[in-house]
Write a protein that binds this ligand. Structure first.
Ligand code: DHE
Length: 525
């Protein structure tokens, strides 16, 4: 309570400093903020119990929607409606204010990170077996953006077994570790949550940044990395979410600072790979020192020969490129990455020799992060590993040969799409057209051998149908009816008929434990 009081005082001081009383004697906008908002969102707008109210953090919330939330509140959250206390003009002024940048830009230091950490339960008191009777490897987590909750689904019975409140606006896939027991979530506001799926409980949380992209975790759950836009940092945490170190994202000469677009775990290399948005470098940060931890491959041979530790331990090893790459896809052994800039400049980079080895014939805005691979038999009967990805600007799925790096086929779709999904046991891949207002309700099904669209699953016009994830065995495909009063719709992955619907609040994404921890070829990693 004392903390809240001092937040209020700080905000009131800020309000006074900004000379906000109006000539009619009514409170100015900063004072309104201090009175009504600061207690939950903090005086500096960096967020507290409620999310940060900064333009970049609010970029996904349209202003009319924000106006409605301030007036009416947000169901199933602590956000109250202020429609009776504030006039329409006052609410509009508040909205304009929170969508304006804070000057000077907010800071988030190592001390802030450490001070933000919350230990919710003592791990030693938790069960070392699942507290539910579903197959723990066929459980799904469904992120429900509508009211910021996560549902836990039994993938055999296809029924929810638990539901809990998440941080505001999770983004990117949750990352599973320790055989699927622990899950790490990242919110756009920088909160990292460690969840014990076997005990259905949040273990710890820490705020690693102000505007965060995603989180990555090593398979044993002992190392966690967080990519931030604000500040320009890559944050390394241990498995209990204690700060290990913050790496400032600057180029090799330390002259240019960069946002970090994303960070991924490269299990076979025992490292994290980070994408930088503003400088043309790819970073690899090893989280092991020991040669024995990396059984084969270039890094192992190099370290053996040199008689030294793995290079780049907890420090970036840089691959300097000619062009920025901020969206990646990796080969299954993680020796190479296929990357693209948001302008569609594509490159293949070999992480061992740390150089570009080929150009990628991509244009538009490829979304490589949601790419998938499979074995495709060409006209001559030869088996080729191909990778396919959607494009956020073009209605096409691009299929690329992963040896020659040539485009095998451009499959025309109904519209630009976000997510492509399959499973090794399925002959089909599902793609959405969610960036197209006319076709966002249509899922298209591609035959992975003929490379043709063979079926369309048509929902209700105007209502988004997107983001598929398969059950562990590939028998069912679960799609999101991406609406506030939405649902997870289960399809039989062979007949493509609807099997059942589970009501959900804007189910953004869903993640199957087995598919993620086994790095299944048809899903994101
Ligand atoms: Fe995402 C994953 C980047 C907008 C929903 N998104 C990712 C990843 C990246 C990325 C790099 C992979 C990280 C991971 O999973 O760890 N996303 C971006 C953008 O740059 C973009 C275009 C603009 C932005 O504001 O960030 C963007 N993303 C969106 C959305 O508008 C979506 C549709 C809704 C939302 O909630 O923000 C969205 N992104 C998702 C989802 C995933 C994701 C559901 C996880 C996909 C998966 O299945 O693994």
């Amino acid at each position: 309570m004392k903390a809240l009081h001092s937040i209020f005082l700080a905000a009131a001081a800020l309000a006074a400093a900004s000379g906000n009383a109006t000539d009619a004697g009514r409170p100015g906008v900063a004072e309104l903020y201090a009175r009504h908002c600061a207690v939950c969102h903090s005086g500096d707008r960096l967020g507290g119990m409620g999310p940060a109210l900064l333009p970049d953090n609010l970029a996904r919330l349209r202003k009319p929607e924000a106006l409605k939330i301030v007036a009416e509140g947000r169901t199933a959250t602590q956000m109250l409606g202020f429609g009776e206390q504030l006039s329409k003009d006052e609410i509009a002024a508040l909205i304009d204010w929170i969508y304006s940048p804070v000057d000077p830009p907010p800071r988030w230091t190592d001390d802030d990170i450490r001070a933000s950490r919350i230990q919710h339960v003592d791990s030693a008191t938790l069960s070392d077996k699942p507290v539910f009777d579903a197959d723990p490897l066929n459980v799904f987590l469904v992120v429900e953006g509508g009211d910021h909750h996560v549902s836990v689904l039994d993938g055999d019975r296809l029924e929810p077994i638990h539901r809990f409140q998440s941080r505001f606006a999770l983004h990117g896939g949750p990352k599973f570790a320790a055989g699927g027991r622990y899950v790490f979530f990242g919110s756009r506001d920088g909160w990292i949550t460690k969840y014990d799926l076997w005990n259905l409980t949040v273990v710890a949380e820490v705020r690693a940044g102000i505007n965060t992209r995603n989180v990555a975790a090593s398979p044993d759950g002992k190392h966690v990395a967080v990519a931030n836009y604000l500040p320009n940092t890559l944050v390394l945490l241990d498995g209990d979410l204690n700060l290990v170190k913050t790496i400032a994202a600057t180029d090799r000469d330390g002259k240019h600072s960069s946002r970090v677009s994303a960070v991924y775990d490269a299990t076979p290399r025992q490292s994290f790979i980070a994408a930088l948005k503003d400088v043309p470098e790819v970073w690899e940060i090893s989280y092991t020192k020991a040669v024995e931890d990396i059984p084969t491959g270039f890094i192992h041979d190099y370290a053996q020969k040199e008689g030294s530790f793995i290079p780049g331990y907890l420090n970036p090893r840089r691959t300097v490129l000619g062009e920025v790459l901020d969206d990646f896809f990796f080969t299954q052994d993680y020796a190479e990455l296929m990357g693209a800039s948001r302008e569609g400049v594509g490159q293949v980079v070999n992480l061992d020799i740390r150089r570009k080895i080929a150009d990628l014939p991509l244009d538009g805005m490829p979304h490589l992060g949601s790419g998938i691979t499979w074995e495709w038999i060409d006209a001559s009967g030869a088996a080729r590993t191909v990778m396919a990805s959607t494009n956020l600007k073009a209605g096409e799925v691009t299929v690329i040969d992963m040896k020659s790096w040539e485009v095998v086929k451009r499959i025309a779709t109904r519209g630009p799409g976000f997510f492509l999904r399959s499973h090794a046991n399925s002959r089909y891949a599902f793609v959405d057209s969610m960036m197209s207002p006319q076709a966002k309700h249509i899922l298209q099904v591609i035959d992975k051998q003929t490379l043709e669209v063979v079926k369309e699953i048509t929902g209700e016009p105007g209502k988004t149908l997107a983001h598929v994830e398969f059950t562990r065995d590939g028998r069912y495909a679960l799609a999101s009816l991406w609406e506030d009063e939405g649902a997870v719709i289960v399809y039989d992955a062979q007949t493509l008929e609807e099997v059942k619907r589970l009501p959900m609040r804007k189910p953004v994404g869903k993640y199957n434990v087995w598919n993620k921890i086994s790095r299944e070829e048809g899903t994101s990693h």
